[in-house]
Design a protein around this ligand. Structure first.
Ligand SMILES: [Zn+2]
Length: 352
């Protein structure tokens, strides 16, 4: 039985989702990532005239924003939740790299037009190419690589993997695909099968939702807690209804205005020997201020740095109702404090 491994350029796929939505004719088109490996390996089997292919692993390479303006927090969290879902529900292997936005908005249109900042994605292409070659060099790891790509940069790795005796299939999107990959005569010698167009498989790939009822877990929920939804929470994840979510969004916006006023004059410079706190680091702190009616508060660290948290940033058994000023917690830094603004915390847990 032929062993298939998938290598997906997640950044490219994400960027080209609007093309697929347009081709499908529905703005909310989403790929069912549970089905994607089977649909693509099915296409390869069809071209081989056999049904005996076995998907051994699916690798996805991508990036996520770090150290960004919190107005974009919902978008970033959705992306991270999406990656968690791929890993936990569909057993994808992920290689993800942070892009440092240095406190800025994600979209260029939301940034100062004078600002020449360019977010730099690092390592995504190289790590895909490296993984393809790495597994090609391990005996029997795979027979056929299915690459979900469009950028021309992968040409050398596709050629070299074939020189190692592996077969290569390319799945791509019309209008976002290097001409060498689409070339039916394959003069560049990059593939062993006819190109697979995702555009032609949308019916099979579309994610279909089932509606069901879930209780909203916001302490500020109004009315009947049981709400119709298409959301399936994973272990440890909390469900908040759309009304509460939009309420949270405005709470966070309001809280942003308050960052400045949060006792910043008390901030002492960090001791020189201490490593500078950076996003992703887990550190301890004490709840300094709680704005109970608006669902947020601030945590202060030993050095006097302050970090904003929203009730949706609490984890484990910690409920917003139980958070009190003076409570010892630990948290992950989502955003650094910057000049006179507090930073932001996430994954806040009780300690002791
Ligand atoms: Zn609610």
């Amino acid at each position: 039985m032929a062993k298939v491994m998938l290598f997906i350029d997640g950044t490219w796929l994400y960027k080209n989702m609007p093309r697929l939505s347009e081709a499908y004719g529905q703005a909310d088109f989403r790929i069912d990532f549970g089905k994607l490996p089977l649909v693509l390996s099915g296409e390869v089997a069809r071209q081989l005239g056999s049904t005996s292919v076995d998907v051994v692993r699916t690798h996805l390479f991508g990036s996520y924003a770090a150290n960004y303006d919190l107005k974009d927090d919902d978008a970033v969290q959705r992306r991270l939740d999406f990656f968690d879902m791929l890993k936990e529900e569909h057993n994808y292997e992920l290689e993800l790299f942070p892009i440092n936005f240095r406190g800025r908005r994600l979209r260029r249109n939301d940034r100062d037009p004078e600002d020449s900042f360019e977010p730099k994605e690092k390592c995504v292409d190289i790590s895909l190419a490296t993984a393809m070659l790495y597994y090609a060099a391990i005996p029997n790891a795979y027979d056929i690589a299915i690459c979900v790509v469009g950028d021309q940069d992968f040409k050398p790795v596709l050629q070299n993997v074939r020189k190692l005796g592996k077969r290569v299939a390319i799945a791509s999107i019309k209008g976002s695909c290097a001409p060498e990959y689409a070339d039916a005569r394959d003069e560049a010698r990059v593939k062993d099968y006819g190109i697979i167009w995702l555009d032609d498989l949308l019916e099979e790939l579309a994610l279909r939702y089932e509606r069901h009822k879930l209780p909203c877990q916001s302490p500020m929920h109004k009315g009947d807690r049981e709400v119709w939804t298409t959301f399936y929470p994973r272990r440890g994840q909390r469900f908040y209804c759309p009304d509460c979510q939009s309420e949270f969004a405005s709470q966070k916006q309001e809280a942003q205005q308050e960052y400045v006023s949060s006792n910043v004059e008390e901030v002492k410079p960090a001791a020189e020997a201490a490593p500078a706190p950076t996003p992703g680091m887990r550190i301890p702190g004490v709840v300094k201020k709680k704005v109970a009616d608006r669902g947020f508060g601030f945590i202060q660290t030993e050095e006097g740095l302050q970090y904003f948290f929203h009730l949706t940033d609490l984890e484990g058994d910690l409920e917003f109702q139980e958070v009190e000023e003076g409570l010892h917690v630990e948290f992950e830094i989502k955003k650094d404090p910057n000049h006179d603004k507090a930073g932001a915390a996430q994954k806040v847990r009780r300690v002791g």
